[in-house]
Design a binder for this molecule. Sequence first.
Ligand code: G4P
Length: 281
Amino acid sequence: MAYQYFPGHMTKALRSMKEDIKLIDLVIEVVDARIPQSSRNPEVDALSTGKKRIIVLNKSDLSDPSVNKLWAEHFRQNGMIVIEADSKKPATLKNFEETVNTACVEKIERDRKRGIKNRPVRCMVIGIPNVGKSTFINTVSKKSGAKTGNKPGVTRGKQWIALGKTIELLDTPGILWPKFEDEKTGLNLALIGSMNDEILDISELCCKVLEFFKNENPSLLKQRYGDDLDTELDPPAMLIKIASKRNVITKGNEPDINRMSSIIMEEFRSGKIGRVSLERP
Ligand code: G4P
């Protein structure tokens, strides 16, 4: 299966970010808490040299809470401030402005000493498509200025958003790797739905999910698909069993593998099977 995905506009976005970063005090990087490494853009570290950093472990409602803690510690050790967020729940981001002001306390103090008043802290929000960047911006800005959408790769054009008088956010178009260095990264992105499923083999992807649960936590599969599900089966055989159990069948009375795969992928991605982290630091 090929996981490469490279719309040409992403190179352009990177070029424009290199230009914009000169205006910025703080870089806010939104990642998917289920795959914090695979959902980072490797260019961001170089791009952010000398800037304060916040990393938002978004969708942390879908990932394993104990693994969230490991990632938070990992990023803190790398000098970043970490926010665990479920951007759909404003309560998880209620301290956001305070966190930004704390991160930029030196800049604020420097401005004050120079007699500069009311110069907002400027933040650039970065994230690959589908990590929930628009939802995050909507929630922290408490208005529906930045639209959210359900198709990866269609993040909108550049815009500044003011949060009161003290913070300004610059939204940037989502960018993804020009090329995946290893297949695991591509697979992880495909699993959480950060690539268009039209270009992927959905049943193959679904078997990877079943294999993951089979190895990591088979009881979650039993909880979702029935106690009598034999989780020792190979993933393709398990998929057929689940389709039959759920009565997802074709007109010819055969298990409908593609349809069942789509259903399982939806259930996996929305956390219905359980909270899972696909990567550990
Ligand atoms: P993007 O700008 O990074 O491309 O992502 P966007 O905000 O459009 O969010 C992508 C999908 O992720 C949306 O779902 C959004 O609701 C969901 N999402 C964002 N943040 C979180 C979070 O912290 N937790 C969970 N569970 N989901 C989150 P969708 O199904 O595409 O759209 P919708 O039907 O929810 O509007």
